[in-house]
Design a protein around this ligand. Structure first.
Ligand SMILES: [Ca+2]
Length: 490
């Protein structure tokens, strides 16, 4: 197999484009020096939804304090514009295109769109080593709390290297944020219990249990702030008063973000109480851009900080993410990093921090610990995305490349391209494809070459294409014709 787990465990390989990790092999011998690692993932949160990213309505004091204590990235990207492939990028260090998991699981079928989408697997490939397995082999206690969305029975977090799994299964979102709940290893509770708070309770108990025993890796994957929009009433009322009763900014969305912020605050307090705050890396980000408009909603949910598009698009609003890293003794308080980074970078970076002896190859990410130290040493010219799918938010099959300040998006339905300069035009309002045709063609050629190199699967011509029926959707097995909220799991 190309990505054999056993091979990986015995393999002495380097990080893609880099070499081995000499110092960290020695550090591996001394577990006491290993930092704890918390990957705090908020679902579907837009680039501009946090106070530290310029939002003046949402209240995020704890996340803002994390930014003050660590480094804030302004050009951090998700590996994909929707959940499952973005999480694949984070947990495997591989581009979603390479492992052919490019759509949220299980996806939606559009029988009459212009293109037939690339096939979507129903779970992450068991042969692909994960960050959890890597850290476990480096002596870490591993836990996943919250959303998984990379498969159901047989493909749960415990099947991919996590010792503990609380609430992680095939749910792409909760049926409701209020109890009773029916997740894997999290059920019961009452209608007065709010999911974000319940997960935080479990997180606190978990930290209390594992912190004294040795290094730990916690994949804290909030279900919030994904649909359905549901928050605690008192908090909603606070934001309604704040915006004078208007629909925008959305008071429920703001309340959901505040609950996620409170969870981050409680995480840091729990680390303090356990005496490990000074030896714990916290990396906070989201898996894809915020939802602009959902269903028949006439008001905007996330503005994505003024970026174009949102979840389900390869425009910046769909893939550029808030990202904060606090690594005591490494990151400089209140620092800023403008270098582009991407979800696949987390695995090699955190593996190196943990003193892992091997990095499974091929790896599409790079170790960004130099950037965390404030050194602009990353040798990387290009970032790539491949989304051969239709999204429920309106995105169409497309691919993208960023090189320096230039970004090209190729739309597969008609092969047209759009070229943007993100330094001059971060909102992607001015398409320069015809003005800078040689540049556009150069980037298109690089994008095609990259797709060949990772064996990316392309969508195909649809003989049943019918513009009049194009919006008809068919759910996966068990679902009837959409729209049906019960079938929407992205
Ligand atoms: Ca998501």
């Amino acid at each position: 197999m190309k990505h054999n787990r056993r091979q990986f465990l015995g393999d002495l390989a380097g990080i893609a484009g880099l070499t081995m990790l000499p110092g960290t092999l020695k550090a591996a011998a001394n577990a006491a020096t290993k930092p704890n690692i918390v990957l705090f993932l908020i679902d579907d949160m837009g680039w501009g939804d946090l106070g530290c990213y310029g939002n003046t309505f949402n209240e995020t004091p704890n996340i803002d304090r994390l930014a003050q204590d660590g480094v804030r990235f302004t050009n951090a990207y998700a590996g994909a514009p929707v959940c499952s492939p973005s999480r694949t990028a984070i947990l495997t260090g591989k581009a979603p295109a390479r492992v052919h998991l490019t759509q949220w699981i299980p996806g939606t079928i559009y029988p009459h769109k212009k293109l037939i989408e690339a096939p979507t697997p129903l779970h992450l490939d068991s042969n692909i080593p994960t960050l959890a397995e890597l850290l476990k082999s480096a002596g870490y206690q591993t836990a996943a709390i919250g959303k998984w969305h990379l498969g159901g029975e047989g493909y749960l977090p415990e099947n991919f290297g996590f010792d503990v799994n609380i609430a992680g299964d095939d749910h792409g979102h909760p049926p409701s944020y209020f109890g009773p709940f029916s997740f894997h290893n999290l059920s019961g509770y009452s209608k007065d219990d709010y999911l974000t708070d319940v997960l935080t309770d479990r997180m606190e108990a978990h930290i209390c249990e594992v912190a004294p025993k040795g290094p730990f890796f916690l994949y804290m994957a909030e279900y919030s702030v994904h649909m359905p929009l549901e928050a605690k009433l008192a908090m909603i009322e606070k934001y309604k008063r704040k915006n004078g009763g208007k629909d925008e900014p959305d008071p429920v969305y703001a309340a959901m973000i505040e609950s996620a912020d409170t969870a981050l605050g409680r995480l840091r307090a729990a680390l303090e109480r356990a005496g490990v705050a000074d030896n714990t890396i916290i990396l906070l980000t989201s898996d894809n851009g915020g939802v602009g408009f959902q269903g028949r909603s006439l008001h905007r949910i996330s503005g994505n900080g003024g970026l174009h598009g949102g979840k389900g698009y390869l425009y910046e609003g769909g893939i550029r993410e808030p990202m904060l890293v606090h690594w005591p003794g490494v990151t400089r308080p209140g620092s800023l990093c403008t270098t582009p980074v991407i979800g696949m970078d987390f695995l090699p970076t955190l593996a190196r921090a943990a003193g892992a002896s091997t990095i499974p190859l091929p790896c599409d990410g790079m170790d960004i610990s130099g950037l965390l130290r404030g050194e602009n040493t990353l040798q990387r010219e290009t970032l790539y995305w491949h989304y051969p799918h239709y999204s429920d938010q309106g995105g169409t099959p497309s691919g993208a490349i960023r090189e320096g300040d230039w970004k090209l998006i190729e739309f597969f339905e008609d092969d047209h391209i759009e070229l943007y300069n993100l330094a001059l035009d971060p909102g992607e309002q001015y398409d320069f494809a015809s003005n800078f045709a040689p540049k556009a063609e150069d980037l298109r050629a690089k994008l095609h070459q990259w797709r060949r190199s990772v064996d990316a699967v392309m969508p195909q011509h649809n003989p049943d294409s019918n513009p009049r029926l194009a919006e008809l959707r068919q759910g996966p097995a068990g679902c009837s014709w959409l729209p049906s909220a019960a079938c929407r799991e992205d």
